[in-house]
Design a protein around this ligand. Structure first.
Ligand SMILES: NC(=O)c1ccc[n+]([C@@H]2O[C@H](COP(=O)([O-])OP(=O)(O)OC[C@H]3O[C@@H](n4cnc5c(N)ncnc54)[C@H](O)[C@@H]3O)[C@@H](O)[C@H]2O)c1
Length: 400
């Protein structure tokens, strides 16, 4: 590799780092190499090297401990943090303290309000760039929606309706993964899966929430003592769409009964949000949407028109009320993961290392705000009450 390639380290070398980041080094500019990797699982370190292909530094450092990596690797241009959610905080703080030029920190920002606040405030103080893993902002689908809104194509937004109807492949990752199915490790379904969606609502409405309500729980994946714990000898496996389906990050869990597996995360949740600028948004997450037509979808009503579409169809419509003109957009350049968002996100991260901060596609505060909406929603759901947002300044967000 050329000596000019950016030297990037990975902390947490699981599926996200492998297929969401280093795999794309081959296709993006500026050039980057995997300079170091830290993961207690040596197999995942090796897989990460494999996915980086030719884009691995000659003297790549391989560590089981990220602290050792940060102590020894002193010439890094950027760090990717893709550990499980409860393990974002410590490496993020350490990288900021060290003054690593840029950090690609996976969503959610962190797993508690205090951790999110600390990362956001420290990053601002130390002038360290953090790009959240909000890859959906980078998809042609959501970029077009943003472009239409910014160009005033529908006028002021009145309401947004958005859904995340989760398909089988992602449901089995949420409910069979080693850490996602436990609230104390993932922060719960909404934080793990839909901090993306909270962020999209904020980004598209160009506002911050003032209050929200949430309802939901667990009604689909209920323990069933009549079923065995594994699919092998299950009498109803022919009629179970989850039987023997392999999660990408935990293939050995393919036969664990999705109903009887130990887990405490919710399988459906709705969130209703009132924004500072008057927009009202409704969001619904459901983990039992089958294969076909499971997708994110969105419908935005403005004063002058309407935008709607389904992400999986890569198709979007815009209706202008006065002229009656209906415009249809079809997106074809969507080959990398997350409907084309992954490869663009990696490119944005590498560009953020040397580029102008105002062009960054997201920052720590965006991650803080979206995570706070998930914390607020979980509180609203548990306590059956409306939660209010307070913005006292100094990048702090409080809930009451
Ligand atoms: N942006 C997106 O759309 C998107 C998609 C998938 C996952 N993610 C996020 O990426 C992160 C990782 O998810 P994943 O799917 O790769 O999970 P994973 O379980 O496949 O990988 C996590 C890795 O972290 C490692 N790890 C655990 N403790 C560690 C430690 N102390 N130091 C270093 N590494 C450690 C594990 O060994 C594992 O290799 C999560 O925060 C997840 O929410 C984001």
């Amino acid at each position: 590799m050329s000596g000019e390639a950016l030297r990037i380290a990975v902390i947490g070398a699981g599926k996200r780092a492998q297929i969401g980041y280093v795999k794309h080094f081959a296709y993006v500019q500026p050039k980057a190499v995997l300079a170091a990797v830290a993961d207690p699982n040596p197999e995942n370190c090796q897989l990460c090297l494999k996915y980086a292909g030719e884009n691995v530094a000659e003297n790549v450092g391989i560590y089981t401990d990220w602290q050792e990596l940060l102590a020894k690797e002193t010439s890094l241009d950027g760090v990717i943090i893709a550990t499980p959610n409860v393990l974002h905080y410590k490496p993020a703080i350490a990288c900021i303290e060290l003054g690593v030029p840029a950090i690609a920190l996976e969503k959610p920002l962190a797993s508690s309000p205090e951790e999110c606040r600390d990362i956001t405030q420290l990053a601002r103080r130390k002038n360290v760039r953090i790009l959240l893993g909000f890859v959906l902002r980078e998809t042609p689908f959501y970029k077009k929606i943003k472009e239409l809104i910014v160009s005033n194509a529908i006028g002021n937004i009145i309401s947004v309706q958005a859904d995340e109807l989760v398909g089988i492949n992602t449901t089995i990752v949420m409910f069979r993964s080693t850490w996602r199915r436990y609230t104390n490790l993932s922060g719960g379904s909404l934080l793990e899966k839909c901090s993306h969606d909270m962020d999209l609502l904020n980004w598209l409405t160009q506002s911050r929430p003032i209050s929200l309500n949430s309802f939901g729980g667990r009604r689909i994946f209920q323990p069933n003592p009549a079923l065995p714990d594994h699919c092998f000898d299950c009498p109803v496996k022919q009629s179970c769409m989850y039987a023997e389906t392999k999660p990408i990050d935990a293939p050995d869990m393919a036969n664990a009964c999705i109903f009887n597996i130990e887990s405490d995360v919710v399988d459906h949740q709705s969130v209703q949000i009132a924004y500072e600028n008057g927009v009202v948004a409704n969001f619904l997450m459901n983990f039992n949407a089958g294969h076909k037509s499971s997708s994110r979808s969105i419908s935005i009503v403005g004063v002058k028109g309407r935008i709607w579409g389904r992400l999986d169809a890569n198709q979007l419509y815009h209706l202008d009320y006065m002229s009656g003109k209906l415009s249809e957009y079809n997106f074809t350049n969507v080959h990398s993961g997350h409907h084309g968002g992954d490869v663009r996100h990696v490119e944005s991260f590498l560009r953020s290392i040397t580029g102008d901060a105002s062009k960054d596609t997201s920052n720590a505060y965006d991650g803080y705000l979206s995570a706070m909406m998930c914390f607020a929603a979980n509180r609203s759901m548990a306590e059956h009450k409306q939660i209010h947002f307070i913005y006292p300044g100094n990048d702090e967000i409080l809930l009451s």
